[in-house]
Design a protein around this ligand. Structure first.
Ligand SMILES: O=C(O)CCC(=O)C(=O)O
Ligand SMILES: [Mn+2]
Length: 217
């Protein structure tokens, strides 16, 4: 009875929220395909497990990562780059599932960027305390394409700043099935994720998973 009452509480957040010029938050946009996304994610992770990569400076990242698509984002002592091969398995990254590609295409279009065809999807797993410091996504060849970022599981505080590292970031709470899209004038804006608060998500448990779609080449 109590659970039913809670489930009946409507989502009163606006369905779209501007973050900056060229940047928008699409609330709950992934909900209709949520179970297909999670099934596809399980298959990817079985082939290319999450791992904690090292920064060029030798620090191990608190976020665990894997990839799917033609190219995967990797970091190690040699630097940040896109690679067609998973360095842990020496095999190509798992193919990008159709449900991923179609969702990214539709979200990008809803954000004002038609014809987005990602060739890389970085998959980030945050456990409580994991964070991502302010950075730009700038290892891609094509800044004409946007970034499409899908949140699943525990809520996170997303920080979205400006073109300079010193620009004060605004904070946005990203919840399960929310999608952030940024491109055009904000394509190179600094952004990051605050340390994940502990909690238990009904579907994903004690973690947040983020799918970041890019056009790398
Ligand atoms: O987890 C997020 O919401 C952002 C991830 C991100 O910025 C990245 O992977 O470059
Ligand atoms: Mn990023």
């Amino acid at each position: 009875m109590t659970a039913d009452l809670f489930e009946a509480v409507p989502d009163v957040r606006p369905s779209r929220e501007a973050m900056a010029d060229g940047a928008v938050l699409l609330r709950g946009f992934a909900r209709p395909v949520e179970s297909d996304l999670l099934a596809a994610l399980r298959e990817i992770v079985a082939q290319a497990p999450f791992r904690h990569m090292f920064t060029p400076g030798g620090h191990q990242m608190s976020v665990a990562m894997t990839n799917c698509g033609n190219f995967g984002w990797v970091t190690d002592r040699g630097g940040y780059r896109y690679d067609g091969v998973d360095p842990d398995t020496a095999k190509p990254w798992p193919a990008m599932p159709l449900v991923f590609r179609e969702l990214a295409l539709r979200a990008a279009a809803a954000g004002g960027f038609d014809g987005f065809v990602p060739d890389a999807c970085l998959i980030n797993r945050y456990e409580p305390g994991a964070r991502m410091s302010l950075h730009q996504d700038k290892d891609e060849n094509d800044f004409g394409a946007p970034i499409v970022s899908v949140s699943l599981g525990l809520p996170a505080i997303f920080m979205f700043g400006g073109i300079r590292r010193s620009d004060r970031p605004r904070r946005f709470r990203l919840e399960h099935a929310d999608i952030a899209v940024w491109g055009g004038p904000s394509r190179l804006f600094f952004h990051g994720v605050a340390p994940l608060a502990d909690g238990e998500h009904a579907v994903l448990g004690r973690q947040r998973v983020n799918l970041t779609f890019r056009k790398a080449r």
